[in-house]
Structure formats: C-alpha cells, structure tokens
Design a protein around this ligand. Structure first.
Ligand code: SF4
Length: 330
C-alpha cells in the first residue's frame, strides 16, 4: 500500500510553454474568420497538448514549409504561421516571407538568447561547439541554422554514439583552438553538461563560455527537485512525451537515483508497478499539462485510502510576453 506521494514543485509548464500555447490559442481564435492557423513543428513537445490544439482549435502542424502549398489546396488557411517554442533556422522565416504569409514567432526568449550568441560569435570568426542531445531536435536545428558554417554539434559525454552527427567532446577538432566558444541546448542535464564543458575546457584552454545560463531556469529547477525527492521515494513517475528533451532528462536523472517510469498519462499506469512501493514521486516535463498530474494523483488516491500528498517547494513566477503578428516585407 502506498503511504506517501511527493509531488515535485516546480513541475510542468514553464514560461516559454505557457507563452507558446497561449499564442496559438489566441491567434487561432482571432483568425478564425480568415481560416485555420498553421504551426511550424509541434508547438511544444507534448502529444496531448498538440492533439487538443488540433481538435479544439483546428490548428494544422507542419514540419516543412513545402507542405503549406498542399495544405492550402485542402483547407481554408489564415495564411499565418506560428513558429514553435523551440525556435527555427532563419531559412524557415525567409521561406515564409517569400510565400507572402504572416508569421508569429513563439520561440522561447531563452532559446532566442542562444541564437543571438551563435550569430555574434560566428561574426567574430569563432567555431561554435553546440552541445545538444540530437541533431534532429528542433531547437538544435534552429540554433545550428544561425551559423551552420561555424558550428560543430557535440554530444553530451554520456550520450556519445547515440547520434552519429554529434561529435565526441573528447575527440572533436576545431580549426583554431584559440577561437572556440561553447553553447548548449537549453534542456540538457545540468550535471552532464557541466561535465561535458569541463572536458572541452581541458582540451581547449581558451574556450569561451558566453553564459552559464544557456540551460534554462525551468530545466534546472525541475532537475533539482527530482534530485531532492528521489532519495525519499521507492518509485518516481515522470509524465512526459518520449520526444521531450527536458522530460527525458528528468526521467534519466530519476532512473539513476531510484526506480522510475515514464508515462504519457495515467492510462499508462500498471498496478503491478506499485507492489511493495510505499512512497511515490511525481514530476512532469515543462510541456506536460497539470491536469495529467492530477489524474495520476487521483489514480493513486483511489487505490490507497489514507494516502498523504506531500508538495514542498516554490512555483516559478517568470512570465514571457506573447509575440505579435509579423507581416511579410514587400
Ligand atoms: S524549457 Fe526553458 S527554454 Fe524551453 S521553452 Fe521552457 S523556459 Fe524556454
């Protein structure tokens, strides 16, 4: 019988995700008379959120601007596209402009900050070592696209070999070891990234670290809470889609400290998982809606009378402003 459930706090939506979802909902409502809204890439990496926007707001999602022409033959579109919270390579914005569409850029400001750093160091002639978890992750593609000639993708030291397009930090080579800077995806493991940067610093003593804060506040805060709670629980439940980078890092961290399970929703839970378990931890990715956590708590309460729900910590107060519509230049 489970006696205690520890809810990690903070958990769930970060400021970038709230901004991006609100942007899509508002734009879909305001443009409804003109036609359907299109979003480039999953607005946030959560299937439940994407499915709701598709079903309730009629939003279409595309992975390539080339899909727009075909989509327009089948649907009345508002000819406005929203860029997802993960950011885009500049070529996507240019292609949208050439088509005469409007855009709304819902890139998280903390991702935009990394883009700005990439552009600045490329102009100064530096080689950028961009640490990421996959060359296919939309955020990595976006940052890489700002300075493709100057950027080398590098794996986190624990993930070397998973993606052949990511270099090993222990062996990566640069044209000029005196002009090299490291940037990172915002959602990596804090500890693994620190270790990877340390490896690079040892190899390149002149390595520039433009900011200690490329890893965002939401990533750090959620990981800190998992590390704090894990010693107190027999099983950690991590609510995340499998393609959410920040969510999968939470799952990896929890798995390294105690037994852990990744679930999309409460429907994935199995009673057998809880045999002999007296305390459970629950956390959720920065793109996981809170009502999914409430459904997990309800599942546990229903089966464990007298269960104590323990929730300590602080909610974050950061908010980001919603972006406006940008019209094409003539
Ligand atoms: S996880 Fe961090 S970088 Fe990503 S959208 Fe949220 S606040 Fe922005």
């Amino acid at each position: 019988m489970i006696e205690r459930v520890y809810l990690a706090k903070p958990r769930g939506f970060c400021a970038g995700v709230v901004m991006a979802i609100n942007t899509v909902e508002r734009a879909a409502r305001e443009l409804a008379d003109k036609g359907d809204l299109v979003v480039f890439h999953s607005i946030v990496h959560n299937d439940v959120v994407v499915g709701r926007l598709r079903d309730e707001f009629g939003v279409h999602f595309v992975e390539d601007i080339a899909e727009l022409a075909e989509l327009e033959k089948k649907h009345k579109l508002a000819r406005t596209i929203v860029f997802s919270a993960h950011g885009i390579p500049p070529g996507v914005r240019e292609a949208v402009g050439r088509m005469g569409w409007n855009y709304i850029d819902a890139t998280c400001p903390l991702v935009t900050k990394v883009h700005t750093e990439a552009k600045r160091y490329a102009q100064l002639g530096y080689t950028i070592l961009l640490i990421g978890d996959s060359s296919n992750h939309q955020e990595v593609r976006g940052t890489f696209g700002e300075a493709p000639e100057n950027t080398i993708l590098v794996a986190v030291h624990t993930h070397v070999g998973r993606d052949p397009r990511l270099a090993d930090p222990r062996t990566v080579r640069v044209p000029d070891p005196e002009r090299v800077v490291v940037l990172t995806q915002t959602t990596l493991s804090v500890d693994d990234t620190d270790h990877t940067v340390a490896i690079l610093q040892k190899r390149f003593p002149h390595l520039v670290l433009p900011s200690r804060d490329d890893l965002c506040y939401a990533t750090k805060n959620r990981q800190d809470q998992v590390k704090r709670l894990a010693p107190h629980v027999d099983l950690f439940l991590v609510l995340t889609s499998s393609y959410s980078s920040n969510g999968m890092r939470l799952y990896e961290i929890a798995s390294g400290l105690t037994a852990a399970r990744r679930i999309d929703t409460a429907a994935d839970l199995h009673e057998a998982w809880f045999e002999g378990v007296r305390s459970v931890g629950v956390t959720s990715a920065a793109s996981t809606p809170e009502y999914l956590v409430a459904e997990v708590t309800a599942y546990l309460l229903e089966r464990n009378p007298g269960l104590r729900i323990i929730e300590e910590g602080q909610w974050e107060k950061i908010r980001f402003r919603e972006p406006g519509v940008v019209m094409p230049e003539n």
